[in-house]
Design a protein around this ligand. Structure first.
Ligand code: PBG
Length: 334
């Protein structure tokens, strides 16, 4: 930005003046972070126990539908507007086309109902993708070792419809098939679900940082090969803008960049180019990386959490998906 005046030089300019006490730092702060900026991802499971710890994500548990409803209550009390659901499905029901993804009485529909019963006023977002339900761990349908695009769209649209019909407020396709937003939007419109929001994982990169999540949902052991034929190459940035443009034109209400911290340059470009609500996901590997340092006493937990979350806001995020959501909301107060 060019300024309409010649900037003063030292000693007339002393930037430290505006940092000299807590009150003035608060007064001139350019961004704010509140619990309203947070989305809390919840890993849910269909096992018998209410809470099972995830080894690679200290502080994160696989939750039963009942425990997920409790977590949603906690989130609501803390001022967190929305939770996002991710399923760990019993391996015995996984198959090549991810049949479980479209079971109207499956784990995610159960969780949506349990949460909406317990806390009608919290937003519920669901992940639209097949990876948690397939025996090959891919987000779409696989044939002869290839992830099929168009055949996957039908499955994804049906999955999104079932979530929305059950009561999900926001469906979030994380699969990265071409044309999925359009397929989902058409299915929602055709069934009168005009108010369901689509938050698309528009710029989702093939990333090492999803490792702990795949462990948490039980898709890691299943995954055959990698996801590089559909998730983005981390060398690219212009391509992210094309992906976002497509998703908006197909009917996405809001978009997401994922992972978070290594991709804040993408957030900034997307936000400045499109001016639509832009979210980012501080993913499992980012969480695990920070928790490992915190556990070793190498990083101060509270300061590190708030600093990273402010980074997302500075880059232009409307909100952040983070496993630190309840901890951060407590730090911020409600
Ligand atoms: C896949 C999906 C992934 C995450 C959310 N949805 C991982 C992947 O693409 O393999 C990752 C979330 C995280 O790492 O916290 N549908």
């Amino acid at each position: 930005m060019t300024q309409p005046f010649a900037p003063a030089a030292f000693p007339y300019a002393r930037p430290r003046r505006l940092r000299s006490s807590p009150w003035v730092r608060r007064l001139v702060a350019e961004t704010t972070l509140t619990p309203a900026d947070l989305i809390w991802p919840l890993i849910v499971h269909d096992g018998a126990e209410d809470r099972v710890p995830v080894a690679s994500m200290p502080g994160v548990f696989r939750l039963s539908p009942r425990a997920a409803a409790e977590a949603a209550k906690e989130a609501h009390a803390l001022g967190i507007p929305m939770v996002a659901l991710f399923p760990n499905i019993d391996g015995a029901i996984k198959d090549a086309v991810g049949t479980g993804a479209t079971d109207p009485d499956g784990l995610i529909p159960d969780c949506i109902r349990a949460i909406k019963d317990a806390v009608p006023d919290i937003g519920v977002m669901t992940d639209v993708a097949l990876d948690c339900y397939t025996d090959h761990g891919h987000d779409g349908v696989v044939e002869d070792g290839r992830v099929l695009n168009d055949a996957s769209l039908e499955r994804l649209a049906e999955q999104a419809f079932i979530h929305a019909h059950t009561g999900a407020d926001v469906v979030a396709p994380s699969d990265m098939m071409d044309g999925r937003v359009q397929a989902i939007r058409e299915a929602l419109e055709a069934n009168g679900l005009h108010d369901t929001m689509i938050l698309s994982y528009a710029a989702k990169f093939a990333s090492a940082f999803y490792g702990p999540y795949r462990d948490a949902v039980g898709s890691a052991a299943m995954l055959v090969g990698d996801k590089k034929t559909y998730q983005m190459d981390y060398a690219n940035s212009d391509e992210a803008l094309r992906e976002v443009a497509m998703d908006i034109s197909e009917g996405a209400d809001a978009v997401m960049v994922k992972p978070g911290m290594p991709y804040l340059d993408i957030v900034r470009r997307v936000h400045e180019t499109f001016r639509v609500p832009t979210f980012a996901y501080q993913v499992s590997g980012e969480y695990a990386m920070m928790q490992a340092s915190i556990a070793n006493g190498w990083l101060d937990q509270d300061r590190a959490i708030l600093e990273t979350l402010h980074g997302f806001k500075r880059a232009g995020c409307a909100g952040v998906l983070t496993y630190f959501a309840p901890k951060a909301a407590r730090l911020l107060g409600t």
